[in-house]
Design a protein. Sequence first.
Length: 79
Amino acid sequence: MKSVFGEATEIKAKDGFHCVNCGFMNVNRNGHTKPGMQRYYCKDCHKSFSDTTATPLFHCRKVNRWLDFIECTSWHELA
């Protein structure tokens, strides 16, 4: 089963990665954050960002715990 975070990344990137700052598609992968999320670098505006940039999880320190919570609640089946 894929993680919610992985599915969200695929949905955001289905048409290619766009810079969250300038909107251009001239983006390269640029390592990982401490929790293991992919970082990106825009060659046009020279800014870096991650998958959580411009989301409510951006400044969250324990992103993985929130993602586990979201996954748990979103896959809950009603009896």
